[in-house]
Ligand binder design. Structure first.
Ligand code: FE
Length: 339
């Protein structure tokens, strides 16, 4: 009896081991562990597919993917910004995937036309205004930020930041290089100070009276408003209002965090399963909620706080364009003197 039991356990263990060997996904993520791990655990619970997560700076991981070539252990690359996803595509480290589930869940403009990456969460880059000094009626478009009426009134981070590069890339797509260069010169003239710090620092500076307007991604506003560790962040965000630009035109500039299956993935089927899970309604709700982002799947709900910012029209240009226009955007910002 004892022997039979032992034999059974051994064979069961054997089957389990072979299954788990073939069913796993190795992930390189430029996003922090807490923004993905709970979903990976849920995925494993539902499918039995194990996941291994490596997190580091996105540009480091991309360099690593390139160096490792066909020997890479990574099946999936996760990062923020379509501009960076495009860099991964250009570097030739991603595979083209055609999945009905992905195509159905994610609107066309939020995924690569060649299927090399797909958006997982969405954020808008918008204008924040000091409520005690600016009325929302005075605001309209990104283009208007170059108007001399905002001289020395705007806080925005440096041109080395990909969020700004992507914003400029979207302006190039809408207005062309020449007009966007003029715009950038006007914006530089309107900067209250030489660019420094991240998005939160712009909101803080405006709240402190160093400028009237700050440009930042929406989720930073959400994080600041709910900050328990730092009451000063909450206070700063509360002094600022969120304005949706270009609502009578193309809509507010949006960007994504996203992922692509690597070209040399050893577990492409499991990796695709994970991608499909991540864009499902259930996963999307959590994913967007935890970081105050917007789901890419239009069927998923947004959090209460994010919902309180109101509905907005978003620019529908394919985010692929942000990558394609990136080099032009960087050169243009440099010519305009955007530090
Ligand atoms: Fe960010």
């Amino acid at each position: 009896m004892k022997t039979t039991f032992k034999a059974f356990t051994l064979s069961a263990l054997f089957i389990f081991t072979t299954n788990s060997l073939s069913a796993e996904v190795n992930i390189y993520s430029g996003r922090k562990e807490q923004l993905i791990k709970p979903l990976l655990d849920r995925f494993t619970e539902q499918t039995g597919i194990k996941t291994n997560l490596v997190t580091a700076k996105a540009d480091k991981l991309l360099a690593r993917l390139k160096n490792e070539g066909r020997n890479t252990p990574a099946d999936l690359f996760i990062t923020v910004d379509a501009g960076r996803l495009h860099r991964a595509k250009e570097a030739g480290v991603l595979a083209s995937v055609n999945s009905d589930a992905l195509n159905k869940a994610v609107p066309t403009h939020l995924r690569d036309p060649d299927g090399q990456w797909v958006g997982l969460s969405q954020r808008a880059r918008v204008i924040f205004y000091a409520k005690d000094r600016v009325k929302p009626e005075q605001l309209s478009t990104y283009e208007d930020l170059a108007d001399p009426k905002w001289k020395k009134k705007i806080c925005i981070r440096g041109s080395g930041n990909i969020y700004n590069q992507s914003l400029v890339a979207s302006l190039i797509a809408a207005n062309g290089v020449e007009a966007t260069e003029e715009w950038a010169k006007g914006l530089v003239a309107n900067m209250a100070r030489p660019p420094k710090g991240g998005d939160r620092d712009q909101i803080k500076a405006a709240a402190a009276g160093q400028c009237d307007l700050a440009i930042a991604n929406t989720y930073y506003y959400g994080k600041m408003l709910t900050s328990k560790k730092d009451p000063a962040q909450k206070q700063a965000a509360e002094a600022m209002g969120l304005f949706w630009p270009n609502q009578n035109g193309r809509g507010a500039h949006v960007n994504v965090s996203g992922a692509g299956i690597t070209k040399h993935a050893k577990n492409p089927v499991a990796a695709l399963k994970l991608l499909e899970f991540l864009v499902s309604r259930e996963a999307q709700k959590w994913y967007a909620e935890v970081n105050f982002e917007y789901p890419v799947n239009p069927e998923a709900e947004v959090s209460e706080l994010v919902n309180s910012w109101g509905h907005f029209k978003s620019d529908q240009v394919n985010l692929d364009v942000l990558g394609k226009n990136n080099a032009e955007a960087v050169r243009l910002m440099d010519r305009a003197g955007w530090k």
